[in-house]
Design a protein around this ligand. Structure first.
Ligand code: IPE
Ligand code: IPE
Ligand code: MG
Length: 276
């Protein structure tokens, strides 16, 4: 955090926003639905894939900013299981861009001590993309800083189905299938994100008010932050603003704030609700 502040222009807007962030209450896990690439390009009279290309730089900025803030996990939605419905040429360009990103980013991931992981059915990716991904995952495996999860060929429902099937397969091979029972913990432990905290903050760009099959299980109590900004225009300041806004939220998890709780003690009788 301090290291990030040192890089910003003192008194500037980014610096003021970063300074207002409380380093003790950072979201442990930030998830981002990077949306709006196509619209960004169409607004400029460019093909949609130009928007995907322009979306690489904001990925780099978001990754670097989160790492320097001290975020534990960052999950980026890069390709959904539903995105195969798009024209073949667009999908192929996305795989090409993924490989370019991974190649370019590798040294920076090492420099920031970031460990890359992939969540989703990556076995269905084209072989070259899969190879490049496996290479970077392997090379960054020993890094102890931020976890960067790329959600690729990812679907929230598919993830839950895969988790259940994995649990069944494990129980079958242990000979414990008869006793198999699920708890929230055991389902979580079989998800792609096992061992990582649930996202505290979910950001979506381009103004769409939907989840689009992202991290359905894990975002049960995430704070949602939707910005009209299209992904290729997403800057460091946008990320800092999202974190600052997150810190203003009152997270109750179904309970009440401490003050409200105390106020409510023993009031039932005063409004004529008899004790049982
Ligand atoms: C998000 O941008 C990137 C991917 C889904 C791969 P879109 O391509 O969905 O852009 P819009 O939403 O059509 O503008
Ligand atoms: C969600 O965006 C998937 C990614 C950002 C990778 P989409 O553009 O695919 O979602 P919808 O179609 O608007 O719901
Ligand atoms: Mg979209």
């Amino acid at each position: 955090m301090r290291d990030l502040l040192e890089d910003l222009k003192p008194g500037g807007q980014e610096w003021r926003t970063a300074e207002a962030i409380d380093p003790a209450r950072l979201p442990a896990h930030i998830a981002i639905i990077m949306d709006g690439n196509g619209r960004w390009a169409r607004m400029r009279g460019l093909p949609r894939v130009a928007g995907h290309k322009a979306g690489i730089e904001p990925v780099r900025v978001a990754v670097e900013t989160c790492a320097r803030l001290g975020i534990e996990s960052l999950t980026l939605y890069a390709f959904s299981v539903e995105n195969w419905k798009r024209p073949r040429a667009e999908v192929e360009t996305l795989w090409r861009l993924l490989r370019i990103y991974l190649k370019l980013e590798m040294p920076r991931l090492m420099r920031h001590n970031i460990r890359l992981g992939a969540i989703g059915r990556v076995e269905s990716l084209p072989p070259e993309a899969r190879r490049e991904l496996a290479l970077v995952i392997d090379q960054t495996a020993g890094n102890k800083g931020m976890r960067l999860n790329l959600a690729i060929n990812y679907g929230g429902r598919a993830e839950i189905v895969d988790a259940v099937n994995r649990a069944i397969a494990a129980a079958r091979s242990d000979g414990t299938l008869d006793q198999l029972q699920f708890t929230e913990q055991s389902v979580s432990a079989h998800l792609y994100t096992a061992g990582q905290p649930d996202p505290d903050l979910l950001i979506r760009t381009s103004g769409e008010m939907r989840i689009s099959n992202f991290l359905l299980w894990q975002i049960a109590y995430a704070e949602l932050y939707v910005t009209e900004t299209l992904w290729p225009d997403f800057k460091r300041l946008d990320l800092l603003n999202a974190v600052l806004e997150y810190q203003k939220r009152d997270r109750r998890f179904g309970g009440l704030t401490k003050a409200a709780s105390e106020e409510e003690e023993n009031v039932a009788e005063t409004i004529g609700v008899p004790s049982a």
